[in-house]
Design a binder for this molecule. Structure first.
Ligand code: PGA
Length: 262
């Protein structure tokens, strides 16, 4: 039993251009027109936020507009960065924070991720906090410690009232973009562990309401088994979100899994 509405994010990363991104947004919007029971969100690159927003608006779509990152300062001399006010100005509703590529390619640390997360939630926007262990950490048997550290430090000084607008994405780094997926049981174990951590810090009610989604090489064929797990509330999708038919199929699978848990 779960009242949590599944979330499905399409993280386009540094892919698409104005033409292919527009086609993709139109394809996803049209494909999801009569699909309910899932909260889809698209995370295009910054330069295409307004283009995708216009497509969603024109079609009266309830798909949420997301940004892949943000900086925590409100304005100033931070060349190359983007503020939360700028994202709001472009119609962004939800922001990814702490994606594994930000952590491991761009070198972001837990403290920076926490400042970004606080900035997003304080501004009233929704956030997706991404956590997950690397292959070395998993091989050493440290996955629980790593995930726990990322969740705890990521959520430092974040009050319970903000959790309503937060999704946590468990994305084992070794599964991102590699074609390797966690087994449904591994995903369930990690999600249950995260929910327990939230329960210890914020209480049972908050933990039961929080959506925790899986990410890492999700594809329409394997996703239903993962989405069916009791503590998995949808997904964050990279590669497969670049194909409208795949993303639509994943959204339908997430909606069906959500219905089966009610
Ligand atoms: P992937 O990416 O689906 O391509 O593995 C997932 C993610 O990075 O969010």
């Amino acid at each position: 039993m779960s009242d949590r509405k599944p979330f499905l994010g399409g993280n386009w990363k540094m892919n698409t251009n104005r033409t292919t991104g527009s086609d993709l947004a139109r394809g996803v919007t049209d494909g999801l027109i009569s699909v309910d029971g899932v909260e889809p969100a698209l995370f295009p690159p910054f330069p295409y936020l307004l283009t995708v927003r216009a497509i969603l608006r024109d079609r009266g779509s309830s798909i949420r507009l997301g940004a892949q990152d943000v900086y925590f300062q409100p304005d100033g001399a931070f060349t190359g960065e983007v503020s939360v006010a700028m994202l709001r100005d472009c119609g962004t509703q939800v922001v990814l924070v702490g994606h594994s590529e930000r952590r491991h390619v761009l070198g972001e640390k837990d403290e920076l991720i926490n400042r970004k997360l606080r900035t997003v939630l304080e501004s009233g926007l929704d956030a997706v906090l991404c956590v997950g262990e690397t292959l070395d950490e998993r091989t050493a048997g440290h996955q629980d410690i790593i995930t726990a550290r990322q969740v705890k430090t990521g959520l430092a000084d974040i009050p319970a009232s903000y959790l309503e607008r937060l999704v946590i994405a468990y994305e084992p780094v070794w599964a991102i973009g590699t074609g390797k997926t966690a087994t449904p049981q591994d995903a369930q174990d990690a999600h249950a562990q995260i929910r327990q951590l939230i329960e210890r810090s914020y209480g049972k009610d908050s933990a039961q309401r929080l959506r925790i989604v899986y990410g890492g090489s999700l594809k329409p064929d394997i996703a239903p088994d993962i989405f069916a797990q009791p503590d998995v509330d949808g997904g964050l999708v990279g590669g497969a979100s670049l194909n409208a038919a795949d993303f639509v199929a994943l959204a339908k699978a997430a909606a069906a899994a959500g219905r089966a848990k009610r």
